[in-house]
Design a protein around this ligand. Sequence first.
Ligand code: UD1
Length: 415
Amino acid sequence: MDKFVITGGNKIKGSIDISGSKNSVLPILAATLLISDTCIINNVPRLRDVYTMVELLKYYGAEVEFDESIKINCSNIENKPPSEKVKDIRASFLLVGALLGRFKRVSMFMPGGCNIGQRPVDLHLKGFSVLGANQILECGIIDIFTKYLNGGEVYLDFPSVGATENVILAAVMAKGRTVISNCAIEPEIVDLADFLTKAGAKISGAGSDTIIVDGVDSLKGVEHSVIPDRIEAGTFMLAVAGTGGQCRINNVITEHIKPVILKLREMEVDITEEDDAVVVYSNGNIVNTDIKTMPYPGFPTDMQAQFTALMSKGAGTGIVNETVFENRFMHIGELIKMGANIAVEGRTAVVRGVETLAGAEVKATDLRAGAALIISALSAEGTTEIGNIHYIDRGYEMIEKKLSAVGCEIKRIEG
Ligand code: UD1
C-alpha cells in the first residue's frame, strides 16, 4: 500500500488551484442515469471515488469518455442486480434514486456503517416510500419498486445531504409535485439542482430548506461545470495556517467556505478574499478557538479533523464538538502519536495546544482524517510516514504534487 513521507518545517509559498468538488460530481454522475442523451461534465476531479462511480455507470451500460471532461451517454442503460463495486463507495447509494426514477425498480446493497459512524439510509428510504415505492430487504439487498412514482411531501428528520439528493433524483421524473422539507442546503445540492434544471427538470428552492420538484416526462443532454471543492480549499488553507507562509488558493467560491475563513480569522490567521480566490497569510502562530460541526452553512464536519490537527499546535485550549457523525475522532489517536494533547469525551474533544509536534508513523483512518495528518506532518519536526493513503486519494486530486509545488517536502512511496 502507498504511503506519504513528509518532512515538516517548510513554509508554504505560492498558489494552489482547487479542483472540482467530489461531493458535487458524484450525485451529478448518478443523475446522468436519468438522461437518454449525451451530457458533458467539466471540472471533474480525478479521484478514486469518481473512477469508481464511472465504472458503476458503465456497468449499467453508460457510454463514457473520460478525457479532460466526462462525456456520458445513458441512452442504452439497463437495470441490473447490484455490482459488488457499489460497496467501494457510500455515494453509490445515490444510484438508487436515479435508477428508481428511470426504471421504477432498483436493487441495491444496503450500505453498512463506516469508520465515521453508522450512517443509516432510513431517510432516503422514507423519501422513496412517500413517492410510492415498495421496499423489500433480503440478505443485505434492498429491492425498491413501484408501478408509478408519484410526487409527495417528504419531511427529512435531519437535513441529510445524501437523502436530499436521492429524493430529488427520484422525484424529477415522478408524476406531480414533490416537496422536500427540512432538506440539506449544501452548495452540492444546489449544483445538482442546477445540473438537472439545465437538463429540463423543474426544481425550485435548492439552497433553502424546502425544495419543490415538479415531475417532467424526460430530460435532455447538457454541459455542466462542477463547482470547486470547498473542502479541498479549506484543507489547503489550514496547511498554510499551520506551516506559516503565504499562499493564494485559486478557484474557490468564498461564500462556500465562510465558516472556515471566519474560524481561521478567529485563530489570528490573515485571509484576504478575492473574486474567486483567497490569499492566506500566517506566521504559523495559531490561537485556539472552539468549533462545533453542523449542517451547512454551519461549520462543516468534513473540516473538523483538519481543524483539530491545526489546533494541536495552537496556543491555548480549543473545544471541538462533533454533532454530525457519532464517531469522527479516529484521527485523534494518530495525532497523539505525534505529540498532540487531546482528550475525547463522547462527541467532544478538548485540544490543549503543544509547542511542537514530532514526526511519527501514523495511519489515515478515513479521508479527512488523512488530510488532518498531512496538516500536522507539514508543521511537525522531523519526518512523518502516513499509511493507508488510499483514503486520501478518494478525495484529494494530486495532493502531493500540489503541496510539493508550494514548497512542501512530501513524497509518495509506492508499496
Ligand atoms: C455527505 C458527504 C460527506 C459529508 C456529509 C455531511 C457526499 C458524497 N458525502 O455525506 O462528505 O461529511 O454529507 O456534510 O456528499 N443520516 C441518518 N439517516 C439517513 C441519512 C443520514 O441518520 O438516512 C445521518 C448520518 O448518519 C449522519 C447525518 O445524518 O449522522 C449526516 O449525514 P448525511 O448528510 O446524509 O451525509 P452523507 O450524505 O452520507
